[in-house]
Design a protein around this ligand. Structure first.
Ligand code: ZN
Length: 314
């Protein structure tokens, strides 16, 4: 039997980039170092990413342990509207009377009425996984701020610039903090598994778009970030190397799915992608990493199918 892990209480820990930026591990999907939620403790207080609905109480616990009251929080920023990024937002808002939620303009209506979003996410998942991804609570439109490219959120000494970053999803944002030059990447730059130092694509159905994601990578490079702050998970201190690795991995994963899925099947492709990306895994369980890879196999297959039907010129 596996030893019982004693989990420390939720707490924000300071990141080394400035005195105001903090990170907490919400242990998303019961995995440590997978769900990162950030706090910027400036004149105005912002939380970046809200996890799943299961993570909302953990975020509140971390806010309280930090010495802030939930009513001190001014802004909740979600990188995109997938359940593991925006699922907690509606639940947190009920406890945070002054906060507004900042979301990509293409995601706005789905946070007002999340029923379709929740339904389609649950359709794509088996029962266990659907449970882990949780649910969403509708958000009143007067508490939502629709964000477009280059919009800013001024927190005092920190100023956040929102960058339209499609590819992973059409409603994906990355967020540049001009004070420390770090970029919150959401899922736009793939997944980072710290400790094992694994970088892997995340290309979910139904709307993953390879060309757009590659364009997003070029844009992220041009910003010359000091660090990438991944939602899954944490800071990566060599942004150029990480993005360049992703610029190779994404097309190569796409090619493998295109060329081998029919002959090798999902299991064969899974083994190949796992061996390519995850051989160094020690901290992260194989099964957990494989689940993430399966998401991308399905998403890349859907992408190729869409491209075939779109024909030349799309
Ligand atoms: Zn996502």
């Amino acid at each position: 039997m596996a030893p019982t892990r004693i989990l420390s209480p939720m707490a924000f820990e300071r990141l080394p980039f400035d005195p105001e930026t903090y990170l907490t591990d919400v242990r998303m999907f019961e995995q440590e170092a997978f769900g990162a939620v950030y706090l910027i403790d400036d004149e105005r207080k912002a939380i970046i990413e809200t996890g799943t609905s299961w993570d909302a109480p953990k975020i509140l616990e971390a806010v309280n342990a930090f010495g802030l009251r939930p009513e001190d929080i001014d802004a909740l920023v979600v990188s995109h509207i997938h359940l593991d990024h925006a699922g907690g937002a509606g639940f947190l808002l009920e406890e945070m009377p002054r906060a507004n939620v900042y979301v990509h303009e293409r995601g706005f209506k789905h946070l007002v009425d999340p029923s379709k979003l929740v339904e389609s996410a649950h359709q794509a998942l088996n029962a266990d996984e659907a449970d882990l991804f949780g649910t969403m609570r509708p958000i009143r439109s007067d508490r939502l701020v629709a964000v477009k490219d280059q919009d800013r959120l001024d927190l005092g000494t920190h100023s956040l610039v929102f960058l339209d970053s499609p590819g992973h999803a059409p409603h994906e944002l990355t967020i540049l903090d001009e004070r420390n030059r770090c970029v919150y990447t959401g899922d736009a730059a793939g997944l980072y598994f710290p400790g094992d130092e694994i970088l892997m694509p995340i290309a979910p159905a139904p709307s993953f778009d390879l060309e757009k994601n590659l364009e997003t990578f070029r844009r992220l490079l041009s910003v010359k970030p000091r660090a990438l702050l991944f939602s899954h998970y944490g800071p990566h201190r060599k942004p150029k190397e990480a993005i360049e690795a992703m610029m190779v991995a994404y097309p190569s994963w796409a090619r493998i799915v295109e060329e081998r899925l029919a002959s090798a099947g999902e299991e064969g492709v899974l083994r190949q992608l796992y061996d390519m990306s995850c051989r160094a895994a020690k901290r992260f369980p194989r099964d957990f990493l494989e689940r993430r890879i399966r998401v991308s196999i399905k998403g890349l297959a859907a992408y190729h199918e869409r491209m075939e039907h779109a024909g030349p010129g799309r």
